[in-house]
Design a protein around this ligand. Structure first.
Ligand code: PLP
Length: 402
């Protein structure tokens, strides 16, 4: 079966893991900053920990943080767990990013940050966001931080410029579903060295070094990824996931959509071995993005989808972390594709303001687009290890659906 996602790992990642040393995390941070042209990069155990630490380090507490209604729920979790208040903005139905005009309306005197999220790798209009924020700052009389959420997009570009440096900082996830991965992990990058120093000092004072046992567990996890994502074996993994509670139980600590809490190790530092894996992945970044763009273009030109399906756009500068399609009958579509050996994901299956834990943060808005997407979105495999034959097979299969 063709998996819906697959980390782009080879033997190199295993060798890197085993070559970790005391300086690995610092070297990964330097390499990351160099690759994405930032002054500083600071590593964390998860992207959510980085966002939480940013708010804590800057004493941002009890403030309103504007963010998408339709994105990964851990962003809202980090907002609430740092004692701030998420203010949700509905998404558009073109590239699924926040509606720009609605951002303007969401600003209040309590707004202290905005999180432009380049969902599925589609760059938001960073110039209009900057204008909105500057106008808002003038009105409210204080700084409004711009935190670019690049967990999906990495260096997606708007008008030829990377979105990473279009704000005060940029946030990255480095889990196995991301464009590049350090197995687990997150990163936050800065242009302003004084700001970076504050966040680094907070991280160094508040986060713990990982226990050797954690390194051992990570190694076992890394080794397990190779057979688990092997196309031949993946049918079994899929069955475990869909038909038994086994895998859900294993991943439960990390996928906490409903509950506002963090995984138990959210205050651990990134492991040196994870940093080494991340560094190896950095070397593959350009090839990964090139291949994803190629596949997106191929899908765009060749898919002839049934009525009611809505394909995503082809956009200059997008990095295509996902190829997300809205379909009228999601469960049936997923079942049919699975019967042809293709896993389609249920990507972001919730609208955050509709989750039980977040309903108290929402008054008088209903986020219809986020709800629609949460009910109808699938994603086709677009990972770089797909060969041309597999891409053809996916296209042919979708084109035969009625
Ligand atoms: C859009 C987005 N932002 C932030 C994150 C946070 O990353 P992490 O899982 O490393 O905490 C994710 C994770 O999936 C994400 O999808």
């Amino acid at each position: 079966m063709i998996p819906r996602l697959k980390p782009y790992f080879s033997g190199k990642e295993i060798i890197s893991f085993l070559h970790a040393g005391l300086s690995s995390v610092a070297r990964f941070e330097k390499a990351f900053a160099l690759q994405f042209q930032c002054s500083d990069a600071i590593a964390f155990p998860y992207g959510r920990s980085a966002l939480w630490a940013f708010f804590k380090a800057l004493d941002i507490e009890g403030k309103e943080i504007i963010q998408p209604a339709y994105t990964c729920s851990v962003v809202a979790h980090a907002t609430v767990l740092s004692q701030n208040i998420p203010v949700f903005v509905d998404n558009n139905l073109y590239d699924y990013n926040m509606q720009i005009d609605a951002i303007r309306n969401a600003v209040t005197p309590q707004t202290h940050a905005i999180i432009p999220t380049h969902l599925y790798g589609y760059p938001m209009d960073i110039d209009t966001i900057r204008t909105i924020v500057e106008e808002a700052e003038e009105k409210v009389g204080h700084k409004i931080w711009i935190i670019q959420d690049c967990a999906h997009s990495f260096s997606a570009a708007y008008g030829g410029r990377s979105v990473i440096n279009a704000g005060d900082c940029a946030l990255f996830g480095l889990g196995i579903s991301k464009l590049i991965s350090s197995i687990f992990g997150g990163m936050i990058t800065f242009e302003d060295q004084t700001l970076a120093r504050k966040v680094r000092a907070f991280r160094d004072a508040q986060f713990y070094s990982g226990h050797w046992l954690k390194t051992l567990k990570r190694f076992a996890y890394l080794l397990a990824l190779y057979p688990a994502f092997n196309d031949t074996f993946y049918g079994f993994v899929y069955w475990l996931q869909e038909s038994t509670p086994f895998l859900n139980r294993l991943t439960k600590a990390f996928h906490l959509d409903e509950e506002i809490r963090f995984p138990p190790d959210y205050l651990d530092c990134m492991l040196p071995s994870e940093a080494e894996v991340g560094m190896t992945q950095l070397g593959k970044y350009a090839a990964i993005i090139r291949r994803r763009r190629q596949i997106a273009q191929n899908y765009h030109e060749s898919l002839k989808v049934p009525q009611g399906w809505k394909l995503p756009p082809l956009v200059d500068g997008a990095t295509y972390s996902h190829y997300a399609i809205r379909v009228p009958e999601r469960e049936k579509t997923i079942r049919i594709l699975a019967s042809h050996g293709i896993q389609a994901g249920r990507v972001i299956e919730y609208s955050i303001p509709h989750l039980k834990g977040y309903q108290s943060f929402v008054v008088g808005s209903d986020f219809p687009n986020a709800y629609l997407c949460s009910e109808s979105m699938i994603n086709l495999p677009i990972h770089p290890s797909l060969n041309d034959g597999q891409v053809e097979r996916i296209i042919e299969t979708v084109n035969t659906l009625k």
